[in-house]
Design a protein. Structure first.
Ligand SMILES: [Cu+2]
Length: 143
């Protein structure tokens, strides 16, 4: 079938590519949300539940979003009674296993939002996997 409307054709192609990417990664994401930050704070944290639906490990090597200047994978750790954060250059999902990003543990550190994000808004963050697949995930901003 040929699409005569170029905008519609481009949209269909984009949707096909997104579907292909999610399937290729073999990873599904549930409960993706970003915590609303107080006015003037240029940093937000993103949380999600990841599920590896394949029998091979899947490695997230980067994350990025057009709504933030920088996205990094962080882990909250407690050292000598002090809570801090460390950068995780990549994160491995074991075969057929789940991994939770939650307050107090792994999170996506979202720096310098390019627009004001309030509860109810939605942002797309792209998870990049080793080998090339990119999984776009819609995150809901919550209080
Ligand atoms: Cu952090």
């Amino acid at each position: 079938m040929r699409w005569r409307n170029p905008v519609f054709a481009a949209l269909m192609l984009a949707l096909t590519l997104i579907a292909a990417a999610s399937e290729e990664a073999g990873v599904s994401v549930r409960n993706a949300w970003v915590r609303e930050s107080p006015p003037g704070v240029a940093m937000m944290a993103g949380y999600m539940a990841l599920q590896n639906n394949t029998s091979r490990s899947q490695v997230i090597v980067a994350a990025h979003s057009s709504d933030f200047e920088t996205v990094m994978i962080h882990r909250t750790i407690v050292k000598n009674g002090m809570a801090g954060m460390e950068h995780a250059p990549q994160i491995e999902l074991a075969p057929n296993a789940s991994l939770i990003f939650a307050p107090g543990g792994y999170h996506l550190m979202l720096m310098n939002p390019k627009r004001t994000l309030r509860a109810g808004n939605s942002v797309v963050i792209n998870l990049e996997f080793r080998g090339g697949p990119v999984l776009p995930v819609a995150f809901e901003v919550r209080k």
